[in-house]
Design a protein around this ligand. Structure first.
Ligand SMILES: Cc1cc2nc3c(=O)[nH]c(=O)nc-3n(C[C@H](O)[C@H](O)[C@H](O)COP(=O)(O)O)c2cc1C
Length: 230
């Protein structure tokens, strides 16, 4: 671990709430040649490590039971390779097939997050993440960002650091298209695992808060003094 990565580990330590529940997280992804699947598994590892129950679901081959798993999730983490500057056609087909759920608002208030791999360092990955966030918003889900400062933006840092590619919206990886799946960069794998842990933690916060508020009728304890308009 470099000095900069050690510095970033404050994020890992800083967000260590005691997990009082086990959120259900589904990672819904597509992967052409397997690189994005490596990230999906890292996201899963990170979430499990933080105490979540996790299901990995290939959204291009969904059985009825997979739809039930998606519907039952507290959080859905979307993943796809970046193809032609957006998510894969298979992912878009999945997104379109959620329209009935959109109509029924079945995924409302679930948490959402996303990750992608592409061949170029940049490669328009942001478009893919932004698309995931839009899909989440259409479903009235709550988007969870990566929650990491960029890891490689000063000379003190290196490509070995978390979030080396400097995205904020989600977890990203850059893997040359001709490299095998075991060549996915270790920092990108660690970043994906971080996202999984963060979503697990945020889901626990939401679940705990929801449970705490369920039977209460909060009274107004503070007067709201409306600011003067200029
Ligand atoms: C049809 C197609 C379009 C692609 N478009 C992009 C792109 O826009 N940007 C980029 O950096 N890489 C692009 N690539 C490379 C892939 O993103 C990369 O090889 C892929 O993420 C590997 O992940 P996978 O093994 O999960 O499929 C493209 C590859 C294919 C096959």
């Amino acid at each position: 671990m470099t000095e900069a990565t050690a510095k970033q580990s404050k994020y890992l330590e800083g967000e260590r709430y005691t997990m009082t529940c086990q959120p259900k997280i589904v990672i819904g992804f597509t992967s052409g040649a397997g690189h994005t699947e490596v990230l999906a598994r890292a996201v899963a590892d990170g979430a499990i490590e933080r105490g979540a129950r996790v299901a990995l679901v290939r959204v291009d081959e969904l059985a009825d039971s997979d739809w039930a798993t998606l519907d039952d999730a507290d959080a859905i983490i979307f993943g796809s390779p970046t193809y032609m500057g957006t998510a894969s056609a298979a992912f878009h087909a999945f997104a379109e097939s959620t329209s009935r759920r959109w109509l029924e608002q079945r995924w409302r208030d679930k948490l959402a997050a996303g990750f992608t791999n592409s061949a170029c360092k940049a490669g328009d990955k942001h478009s893919t993440l932004a698309y995931f966030a839009t899909l989440a918003a259409q479903h009235q889900m709550n988007w969870i960002n990566l929650g990491l400062h960029p890891g490689w933006h000063t000379t003190a840092e290196s490509e070995d650091d978390l979030n080396r590619l400097g995205y904020f919206t989600g977890a990203t990886a850059a893997t040359c298209a001709d490299l095998p799946v075991d060549a996915v960069h270790h920092a990108d794998i660690a970043t994906a695992a971080f996202l999984g842990g963060r979503v697990a933690e945020q889901a626990a916060i939401f679940l705990t808060g929801r449970a705490a508020l369920a039977d209460t009728h909060p009274e107004v304890t503070q007067e709201w003094k409306e600011p003067e308009h200029v």
